[in-house]
Design a protein around this ligand. Structure first.
Ligand code: BG6
Length: 481
């Protein structure tokens, strides 16, 4: 029985989990799917070079391992996996559609029926278990043909192709999907341009100019998708998606405070456009002072202004720190591919990501104060190495602790007055890590038997956190022990 908790999470709160096609589906050339950018990101030392857009290669390279090719084979196992999510009581599941399954080359005139059928089956299966689909339209998946023939999102042509793709899926799934997100972690484009926008740089190019022009194209595509969704699907909710995490000034030195604000604005820039509908003054100043002139077509500004998002989706893993002191800047660590200074008050994950539950409350409040729109936490979780006990069980108390502390702070945010519609924990079943390509960096409530080299039976088993999360959902966030 769901407890009445008027001062806690709303009864309609969407508890669930989150996945991305490229990290779970596998079957990378089945069902007519075209090759996508992530299919070209190997594990190991070349991964970052490719993801940063520093290697030009449009087909898999000899001797490399490509984790997306098989991933956890969700493509063939989704019915079993969704039954497990149903057992946990998921109210929703965030998945993404792989663009390359629907339009294998990205610029095809007609969609690939087999790809469309796959997502029909996937959404039907979710609905059968009373799990509402929350769908990311583009989660780092860009057809390679668009990169090879048009230069990825540096080309305005992609706005048109994306529009065709979004209208196709809105029309097809209009009775099945209410919650959509246009681009996963849209600000990732600045940090991993090949992953976020299919950009490969040429020698001597002005990288900032290219990245911000590509950003304009994605922002236009996002606004046009929002327009189309509102026209096609009654009651639809279209969201943006930000890789969030507040930046703290390392000290109260005003220079540090200014730097922290500037760092946050690099990310808010995207959402300021998607939610407030215009380029903010600080961005215009940055462009002016860096010789960046965004090429716009007549009517662009009006489209951005008119078709703003309905809710703010975001991922939160860690907070960040900013300093202007060269000595302090020596102590850097990772945090969702954003390099940041280590915060002496926080512990970190095995991958150096700073663990900061209170930062989630602060992030929620900051975003809500800024945009005054409902928020949806669509990613959060702990990437950790799991150990299988002799009896086969997995006692992941560290994951439970991480999630529990974050859910507590999320509730505090709700009590602060933040309008929060849901929470989907990242990688609810173990999947391939986006940053490292590893399998051993696990987030799931469900263990998948597969290692970094691709060995394993792919068998699924429930971890201790599986039973814990089930209780959290059953009690609508009241039972956290
Ligand atoms: C986000 C992405 O950046 O963080 C996911 O949207 C990703 O795709 C997640 O998997 C966790 O990062 P990682 O590198 O630990 O998989």
């Amino acid at each position: 029985m769901v407890m009445s908790n008027k001062l806690g999470f709303p009864e309609s709160f969407l508890w669930g989990g989150a996945l991305a096609a490229n990290q779970c589906e596998g079957a990378y050339r089945e069902g007519g799917k075209g090759l996508t950018n992530i299919d070209l990101c190997p594990t190991g030392k070349n991964r970052f070079k490719v993801m940063l857009g520093n290697i030009e290669s449009f087909s898999p390279m000899e001797g490399e391992i490509y984790p997306s090719h098989e991933a956890i084979d969700f493509y063939h196992n989704f019915r079993e996996d969704i039954a497990l999510f149903g057992e946990m009581g998921f109210k929703c599941l965030r998945v993404s559609v792989a663009w390359g399954r629907i339009f294998p080359n990205g610029d095809d005139e007609t969609p690939n029926e087999e790809g469309l059928k796959f997502y029909d089956e996937l959404f039907d299966e979710m609905l059968k278990h009373d799990i509402q689909p929350v769908v990311t339209i583009c989660h780092f998946d860009i057809p390679v043909a668009l990169i090879e023939n048009y230069g990825g999102w540096r080309s305005r042509k992609l706005v048109e192709f994306y529009e065709r793709y979004t209208k196709t899926i809105f029309n097809r799934y209009k009775d099945k999907v209410k919650y959509w997100m246009t681009f996963n972690e849209i600000n990732m484009l600045l940090h991993l341009p090949f992953v976020g926008a299919g950009i490969v740089f040429k020698e001597g190019e002005d990288k900032n100019k290219i990245k911000y022009q590509a950003a304009h194209h994605q922002l236009m595509a996002s606004a046009l998708a929002t327009k189309a969704a509102h026209e096609i699907i009654p009651g639809v909710m279209v969201g943006c998606m930000l890789a969030a995490g507040v930046t703290y000034p390392y000290t109260c030195n005003p220079d540090d405070v200014q730097k922290a604000m500037d760092k946050d604005r690099e990310n808010y820039f995207f959402i300021d456009v998607q939610s407030r509908g215009e380029y903010p003054g600080y961005a215009k100043r940055f462009f002016r002072e860096n010789g960046i002139e965004i090429e716009m077509e007549p009517g662009d500004e009006e489209i951005l202004k008119t078709y703003t998002v309905d809710y703010i989706g975001f991922s939160y893993y860690a907070s960040r720190c900013a300093s202007t002191d060269p000595e302090i800047l020596k102590g850097m660590t990772n945090g969702n591919v954003f390099e940041t200074i280590k915060n002496p008050y926080l512990k970190a994950s095995e991958w150096g990501w700073q663990i900061d539950p209170k930062g989630l409350r602060i992030t929620c409040n900051t975003l809500f104060d800024r945009y005054q729109k409902p928020l949806f936490i669509v990613e959060n979780g702990l990437g950790a190495v799991d150990k299988i006990e002799e009896d086969g069980s997995i006692i992941d108390d560290y994951r439970i602790e991480y999630l529990r502390e974050h859910v507590k702070e999320m509730k505090e945010a709700v009590l602060d007055g933040v309008e929060l519609i849901g929470y989907t924990s990242w990688g609810c079943i173990d999947i391939v890590s986006a940053s490292t390509g590893e399998m051993k960096k696990r987030y799931g409530f469900i263990y998948v038997d597969k290692d970094n080299d691709g060995n394993g039976t792919l068998e699924r088993s429930r971890k201790k956190s599986f039973y814990w999360y089930k209780k959290v959902i059953e009690s609508n966030g009241e039972t956290l022990e």
